[in-house]
Design a protein around this ligand. Structure first.
Ligand SMILES: [Zn+2]
Ligand SMILES: [Zn+2]
Length: 371
């Protein structure tokens, strides 16, 4: 079938909207009518080739809420008309050694799909764009995706909230709940208060952290962090980061520090503000070559300080998303206030510009509709 797709002609180019031919469904795939797809910083990295270079044209968008349009052979979970979240997390097989130990990310039977593989679209000139995401293209009217990358979206949850649940929200919230497993009374610092960082602040609040320290250069984002539960706000342009953290943590430093943004020196700073027994969790990242940490010494770990990382909030899609939808419905978490602006698909370049230049928390591309 024919469908409209946002395509970059080469790495770093703006989008053009083009009508392409969408391939027939393969075994285990479903066709999605995209309703909303929010913009993630990873889309910028991916399309600019900062996650890995690619040749020729490409598509993007991985925070997808959609309606199932058709199901391919072998699908058992979904049927046409189902509302779904489509995420780059894949449901594991459920019975291998890793799945049984709640590590579906490492499933031995369904390994992670490759990034930057040819996607399901054929352009008028015959070219098949690279899909920067692993499993689908959200900046398009229709996309194909493995059924395993979908989880059902409850009828009363808006599509834009579903988009945020596909990646941005779970990446921050899940890092604190699932990776760090913060406990009541812990202290948690979050560096970088974009969508992921604000969701980490909420994770700290839901876990019962008593000191929740938000660090950002943007006072508007700090004010949002306060609304999401931050108890101490630090703007490094004005405040002494280490001293303020010490004052907020009885001089100990934090139990947990979440780094939700990438900039030179931030990992060093994270070590400086984390207690000798504390854990630093890296979520935000830049190009791999910019992520070396030569200024952190082995001795800094001897007391028990730990470094870890988190991708997609260590989420198990069909276990965690229903729980998070319940939390949203009951007002335990706030996703609505993180959705900054809504743009139609043909204004996708404006949506990216606004995200980059104006520091939007989460801009949403509305393709099929929000309801
Ligand atoms: Zn994302
Ligand atoms: Zn498995």
């Amino acid at each position: 079938m024919k469908t409209k797709v946002a395509i970059v002609n080469k790495m770093g180019d703006p989008f053009v909207i083009e009508e392409c031919e969408l391939a027939d469904l393969k075994e285990g795939e479903v066709r999605l009518k995209v309703m909303t797809c929010s913009i993630c910083h990873s889309d910028i990295h991916g399309l600019n080739g900062e996650h890995g270079e690619y040749e020729g044209s490409a598509t993007g968008g991985h925070e997808i809420a959609a309606i199932v349009d058709a199901v391919g052979p072998g699908c058992t979970y979904l049927k046409p008309g189902d509302r779904v979240i489509n995420s780059l997390i894949r449901e594991g097989c459920g019975h291998c050694e890793q799945c049984l130990r709640d590590r579906q990310w490492f499933c031995e039977n369904k390994p992670m799909l490759p990034f930057r593989a040819p996607g399901p679209y054929t352009r008028a000139n015959g070219e098949i764009p690279i899909q920067t995401n692993t499993c689908s293209t959200g900046f398009a009217e229709y996309t194909n995706t493995p059924e395993d990358n979908c989880v059902k979206l409850d009828d009363d949850i808006p599509y834009a909230v579903g988009s945020m649940l596909a990646c941005g929200f779970i990446s921050g919230f899940g890092a604190v709940l699932n990776r760090l497993q913060a406990k009541p009374g812990n202290s948690v610092a979050v560096t970088g208060c974009g969508g992921v960082g604000l969701s980490a602040v909420q994770g700290a609040r839901v876990c019962g952290a008593s000191a929740i320290i938000a660090i950002d250069m943007d006072d508007v984002k700090l004010e949002m962090a306060k609304k999401q539960g931050a108890t101490t706000l630090i703007n490094p342009k004005r405040d002494n980061v280490i001293e303020t953290v010490q004052a907020a943590t009885r001089g100990y430093g934090t139990d947990f520090t979440v780094v939700a943004v990438a900039a030179p020196g931030l990992k060093r700073q994270a070590v400086d503000i984390t207690a000798g027994w504390g854990t630093i969790c890296i979520i935000g990242h830049a190009r791999p070559e910019q992520e070396m940490m030569a200024d952190i010494g082995a001795m800094e770990f001897m007391q028990g300080r730990k470094f870890t990382g988190s991708v997609m909030g260590v989420t198990t899609l069909r276990r965690d998303i229903p729980k998070y939808m319940d939390m949203y419905r009951k007002g335990i978490v706030d996703i609505d206030s993180m959705l900054t602006h809504f743009f139609p698909l043909d204004q996708i370049n404006e949506a990216f510009d606004d995200y980059i230049k104006n520091g939007a928390i989460k801009n949403v591309i509305v393709v099929g509709g929000t309801e």
